[in-house]
Design a protein around this ligand. Structure first.
Ligand code: ZN
Length: 171
């Protein structure tokens, strides 16, 4: 199986604003294939994470790095936050669906997530700092939320112009 690059869905596409279905079937190679394609697409675009709705699948699945040198990214299916710290971690938030736009944001510094792997096995992992930030960002996607959804109309226009310009440069 050779993974292939997938097309990214760009904000404010409707497909980014729908809650995603829970995955209940772990028996085919669909999940295996899609996660491999998503990992390739994430790495190719220098992303730290990618959620299924960003490639047009409204299902509860995301892939992410857990280390900047990571060559074996993590696949999280049906992720659920079960613990989170109060202390914040500040980072420049960005998104492959919002190319060229970044904004400094704070999110909890520690997040414990329970999830299934592609075989349906249950895991529990603690994410700290950047990785806590990333897992929360990607999980927002699974709830139909993008980090630029709540900006003022003025800023929204600026983000849309920025995306257009960045995509033009990429093509
Ligand atoms: Zn994103």
């Amino acid at each position: 199986m050779i993974p292939k690059l997938l097309d990214i869905v760009y904000w404010p596409d409707d497909r980014l604003h729908q809650p995603c279905d829970t995955i209940t079937k772990f028996d085919g190679d669909f999940l295996e294939r899609l996660s491999a394609d998503m990992i390739l697409t994430m790495l190719h675009n220098s992303g730290y994470g990618l959620a299924a709705p960003q490639v047009g699948h409204n299902i509860q699945m995301l892939v992410m790095l857990t280390d900047v040198m990571d060559d074996d990214p993590l696949v999280l299916i049906n992720p659920e936050i079960i613990e989170q710290s109060d202390s914040p971690f500040e980072w420049r938030e960005g998104c492959l669906s919002v190319p060229g736009y970044f904004e400094t944001r704070k999110r909890p510094n520690r997040t414990v997530v329970r999830f299934n792997d592609v075989e349906g096995e249950i895991h529990q992992t603690e994410f700290i700092g950047i990785w806590s930030f990333v897992v929360q960002h990607e999980m927002d996607h699974l709830h139909g939320k993008v980090f630029v959804d709540d900006l003022s109309p003025f800023k929204t226009k600026r983000v849309q112009e920025k995306i257009k310009k960045t995509l033009k440069r990429m093509r």
